[in-house]
Design a protein around this ligand. Structure first.
Ligand code: MG
Ligand code: MG
Length: 270
């Protein structure tokens, strides 16, 4: 995850975390709506026989139509050997996150995770969905449903006065109770003018620990679940894709969420 010093903020900076103004959160909602539209369009296009590059093109067209740009395209964090070459991450079956869209054509029963971002008006949005194309396996439906439930639990804990650890604990509890693994070292993050800002939001943790949540914090909350129940993962030879070590399937769900005095506000709602 990138670290940065926020010198251009219009909000209040606490440590490395920028508290967004209400107007800024409204502007982030506009960026978030582009993200939601792109994911919806890509999901609608996803079917047996459709390639991952075609899904990337569908999402790219939504960015172009909105006059938005991609925070994914050309992104190169410290761990990456090459800039990310697409606007969409497409992670199939045992790929957990950061899958590069290729000419691979989806097959019946594939479990697909799509992660998509947009930058509009100087603000970023980030969101992800998982689903099955064709005839689903029961185990995959349960995995996807649990990822959504873990995300909902994390969002439910994203309230003023709670701490980052409360979000992490809420996510981790749902995942572990269902018997799934959690890849350590990857998780959610602050988001604003940049896609990746402080603080990190782990997918497992101790309640009551970490930074206190305040009105104006905006977080990308994103549980990643390993269906086989083990935690191990590795990087594929492409230097980006994370795959499960046990070969089991994985699911990922994400929303960009503003913490407000009126409760969590999902900026990437679809
Ligand atoms: Mg994402
Ligand atoms: Mg994210």
């Amino acid at each position: 995850m990138d670290r940065y010093i926020n010198w251009a903020s219009s909000g209040i900076v606490i440590g490395m975390v920028e508290l967004k103004t209400d107007a800024s959160m409204d502007a982030m909602y506009e960026a978030g709506q582009v993200v939601g539209r792109g994911l919806t369009a890509a999901r609608k296009a996803a079917d047996v026989g459709v390639s991952l590059l075609e899904l990337n093109e569908v999402a790219h067209e939504v960015l172009r139509g909105a006059g938005a740009s991609s925070p994914f395209l050309g992104y190169r964090p410290a761990f990456a050997p090459t800039p990310f070459p697409a606007v969409l991450c497409a992670s199939v079956n045992d790929a957990i996150v950061h899958g590069i869209p290729t000419s691979y054509r989806l097959r019946d029963g594939d479990l697909v995770s799509l992660d998509f971002g947009a930058e509009l008006g100087g603000w970023a949005g980030d969101s992800a969905i998982s689903f099955v194309v064709g005839e689903p396996r029961a185990a995959d439906l349960r995995l996807v449903e649990t990822a959504e439930r873990a995300l909902a639990a994390g969002i439910g804990a994203a309230v003023v006065g709670n701490r980052i650890g409360d979000i992490a604990h809420a996510i981790g509890t749902v995942c572990r109770a269902a018997g799934y693994g959690i890849p350590d070292g990857f998780g959610g993050h602050g988001i604003g003018r940049h896609m990746h800002e402080d603080p990190g939001v782990p997918n497992e943790g101790r309640p009551g620990r970490g930074m206190r949540l305040r009105h104006g914090m905006v977080l990308a909350i994103e549980p990643m679940l390993i269906g086989g129940g083990t935690d191990g993962y590795h990087e594929a030879p492409d230097g980006w894709t994370l795959r499960t070590n046990d070969g089991s399937r994985a699911a990922h769900a994400e929303h960009t969420v503003a913490i407000t005095d009126a409760g969590p506000r999902i900026l990437t709602e679809r």
